[in-house]
Design a protein around this ligand. Structure first.
Ligand SMILES: Cc1ncc(COP(=O)(O)O)c(C=O)c1O
Length: 413
């Protein structure tokens, strides 16, 4: 497709902007994709056959070099047990050094098949039933589910929505951290769904409160590579040695390069005692070692796909501008929050005065669009919707037009 070409012995490099075609519409039907599966949506939302802009994966083909690396590995034809190689670790180390300015050591890295799995194991290993785990709603809903399923108590340090943006409620955080049963805090950084990229000052203040109260921090940084404009992700553990020693940083190439189905993540644990206990817990349930495809894809993604990432981010940003324009023209009272990070803009529909449940019903049953209802992320999310814009613009356009038509019909009544 978009290849560099050689003319008269000179290699002409395709302009970076044109290398990938993110407008390409690729059907995911017949691939058992959760996002597009009508039966799954029927069970999940109560309505099937929706145009899906919900679960956080992209409708874009993964980078070509990554596909080639996987094909090459398939052609070898033997798929026995594998261990991470030196070059696998080096790829991760280089990525975090170059992209995030964070020097990590090989020994700090522990593979896990997924971030949610890792969070489960950390909760089980470093707290007891009845202990409290802090989260900051509205937040990625599997956090609360995981805490409850493990018999721990959810302590909600709710984010404050003021001045058009979300802030951490430090006063409440201090109170929750000081409670004797509080053992862990799950930080979502960048934050899904409010799309904030936390500033160093905010992370510092949060970390200090946790450290003073002996609360370990699980920093879920799965969206760390997806930030826009001048927003720069700051790894929590990079802020101080103390934060590094009392935290678990969960990272993955899966959101970044659209390979979530390959099940690959890493937990960065600089503290050897915490790391040993975590690794033992993973090993005990036989999930400490990666699949061949997770290894190949992760190494290739971090080594050779940065260019793809930069371009996909530019495309997603254009989708965000399109979304903002759409609301400015059609529903100027609705508020599209600034997209600092993630590809999941958060939209406040409350000014329409429709009511949160009715809004969600109209979007699903009448517009036939699958969005994540804000209330799923915690009560304070009611009246908001999360829109996954990592899709070809035509899909976004169609979804927004359907929402516009259904809402206008309702507002005219
Ligand atoms: C904040 C956050 N953490 C974790 C995950 C899922 O990670 P994994 O598939 O590695 O369990 C997601 C997916 O949307 C997410 O948004």
């Amino acid at each position: 497709m978009f290849k560099d070409i050689t003319l008269k012995n000179v290699v002409f490099t395709m302009p970076k902007k044109n290398r990938y075609n993110f407008d390409e519409l690729i059907t995911r039907e017949g691939t058992d994709a959760i996002k597009w599966d009508a039966k799954f949506m029927e069970e999940y939302f109560g309505v099937g056959d929706l145009l899906p802009l919900w679960v956080a994966d992209m409708d874009f083909r993964a980078p070509e070099v990554l596909l080639q690396a996987l094909k090459k590995r398939v052609e070898h034809g033997i798929f026995g047990y594998t261990i991470p190689s030196e070059s696998y670790y080096q790829a991760i180390i280089n990525w975090f050094k170059q992209r995030h300015g964070w020097s990590i050591e090989k020994e700090w890295l522990q593979f896990a098949p997924g971030v949610v799995t890792a969070i489960n194991v950390i909760i089980q290993t470093f707290s007891k039933p009845g202990d409290g785990v802090i989260i900051q709603e509205p937040v990625y809903y599997p956090f609360a589910r995981t805490i409850k399923n493990n018999g721990r108590e959810v302590l909600n340090n709710e984010l404050l929505f003021s001045g058009g943006s979300y802030q951490i409620d430090f006063k409440d955080l201090k109170e929750k951290c000081a409670m004797p049963r509080t053992k862990l805090l799950i930080l979502c950084s960048p934050h899904n769904p409010v799309a904030r990229v936390w500033k160093t000052e905010e992370l510092k203040q949060l970390g200090e409160i946790c450290m003073e109260n002996n609360v370990l921090v699980i920093s879920d940084e799965i969206h760390c590579d997806i930030t826009f404009n001048n927003y720069k992700h700051i790894p929590f553990a990079s802020i101080s040695l103390e934060f590094a020693k009392r935290s678990f940083t969960c990272v993955a190439p899966t959101k970044t390069f659209n390979i979530a189905g390959l099940k690959s993540s890493n937990v960065i644990i600089p503290n050897p005692t915490l790391r040993e206990d975590f690794t033992t817990a993973l090993t005990n349930i036989s999930i400490a070692s990666p699949s061949i495809f997770a290894l190949v894809a992760t190494e290739t993604a971090y080594n050779s796909c940065e260019n793809w990432l930069n371009e996909v981010l530019a495309y997603i940003w254009d989708n965000y501008c399109f979304l903002k324009d759409f609301f400015a023209i059609n529903f100027p009272n609705c508020y599209v929050l600034p997209l600092e990070g993630t590809y999941l803009p958060w939209v406040d529909f409350r000014p329409l005065g429709i009511g949160a449940k009715e809004l969600d019903r109209i979007i699903k049953e009448e517009a036939k669009v699958g969005l994540d209802d804000g209330a799923m992320f915690g009560e304070s999310g009611a009246g908001f919707q999360r829109i996954n814009i990592a899709c070809p613009r035509e899909i976004l356009k169609e979804a927004l037009n359907r929402i516009r038509d259904a809402l206008i019909k309702r507002l005219k009544k």
